[in-house]
Design a protein around this ligand. Sequence first.
Ligand code: AGP
Length: 608
Amino acid sequence: MCGIVGYIGKQAAAPVILEGLSKLEYRGYDSAGMAVFNGETIQIKKSVGRLKVLEELTHGGATMPGNVGIGHTRWATHGAPSDVNSHPHYNASETIAVVHNGIIENYLPLKEKLVSKGYQFVSDTDTEVLAHLIDYYYKGNPLEAITKVMHRVQGSYALGIMFAEHPDQIFAVRKDSPLIVGQNEDGCFIASDVPAILKYTRKVYFIENQEVVRLRADHMHFYTVDEEEITKEPVTIDWDADAAEKGGYEHFMLKEMYEQPKTVTDTLMPRIKDNDIVIEELGMSDDEIKAIKKIFIVACGSAYHTGVTAKYIIEGAARIPVEVDVASEFRYRKPILEEGTMVVVISQSGETADTLAALRESQKLGHKVLGIVNVVGSSIAREADNVMYTWAGPEIAVATTKAYSAQLIALYLLAMKFGKVRGQIDDATFIDMLESLKKLPSQIEMLLSNKERIQRFANRYVGAKDVFFIGRGIDYAISMEGSLKLKEISYIHSEAYAAGELKHGTISLIEEGTLVAAVATQDALFQKTLSNMVEVKARGAFVLAVTNEGNTDIEKAADYVIYIPKTHPYFTNSLAIIPLQLFGYYVAVGKGCDVDKPRNLAKSVTVE
Ligand code: AGP
């Protein structure tokens, strides 16, 4: 999504803003801009294109002198990517400048009202409405004008605002879209996300909904939408700077793939105590766990795929009915959540608009929501009734890998905890499963060491047009993620199919040489999947198989086999996904794609 950086202090603002925006590029954007007070007026420079264009336009910020400024990288929602639609937006006299992340849902009626009062618009954006509306309410008191706008505006916004008549302050405002502020001895900062200001400070404040922050060079004040001053506690970020750098890998995605053993360990081990699973943050007693009648899992993208995996495991291990839905469907279909239904939302960023809306919809219907979230202090983390963190650390690559793996671990733990409490898993089986979980990090490490072999295989498919991933049960969920990894970073069309469903139409697409990746880790379904492999092979497919060590029968039907180490059938997703992540990665690298920042995608989809 959009990136926001603001600065006020002793240093020149433009270089600080450019540096901060560069750390937010991963969020996906199509244009960039800055506003800096030069001692007399607000100077604004903005353009469509990468941040480099803005850097060149301003000679690294040198042509924009001044110690007070706001900057922005835009991911278009209203109005095509263009210079004029780029942020900052400003009022006619250019005395008020605004940068915005989010969507103003009632911008059209507000725009009509402002036009009727003589305001002229130059862009197609919803954000420009904010600039003119602040102007409309501004009578010399910035805070008063801002809070009046907050009462009028509907939708989501993270704002950076500056006033030419008040060059000793900048403002940060938040509703739904994430925003933080921080301070060091040189000044105060606004940012959409931690990496933007980690270089300057580790102590940050997460702005809550409907809060306003007035930042001066040496201090900050926090207010409610009713202009009441409040105090807030800072959060100390313990991510080291390298965590947001590539650490020697060619891409963040590869680095994060190699962090998966640690991600799994960090998410798993703190919750295993004396051979039992302890999920303190679950906030549920054993009786409450026993009383669960149904679980609804809601998420988007890869997080949704972990939910599909979890359905098979929770229903198998705990015998609780599970329904899984993509958040963008759930939130609008008037979901029927009967008494005793537990809702689980899964989100790496904790800011995905559809998932956040699904959380709110569930709570409105009177149900408690458990969030499985990676980003501490994110909106979903703060609004869920209980939060189970996936301690994967900052995930920069748009295509998720380590956070996905951590989500799986969280869901395994939940399934086992529920199964044990509800008497569905005996002690011996429980201990065996715990031992299998503890082996996953080293098994993932072993699979990652296979990367050269996968790279050689992937190089054969950089020219592929269609790739299919098939599987049954948990293998179908694995296929979904394998397919998404390939298509979102290599731009090759791919789809995942329930292996048993292929013959009901899609098999007609299989031609000579079509690559079909068959995932066959569920021994109970192995023979069935084997038949499906024979079916596609008979129609000319080249079959890549991913299966458990020892299943050598598969070599009768597969052209290329990747074996994964033995583990409990419920946990094979954590292993089978590794070669599929590597496959997608190396095909994308072979095609010269922008692996960490794929076209059209954003790391955090904070708009509908
Ligand atoms: C996964 O590689 C994609 N980047 C995307 O599908 C992502 O999983 C989805 O947007 C959900 O994001 P979240 O986990 O931050 O809510």
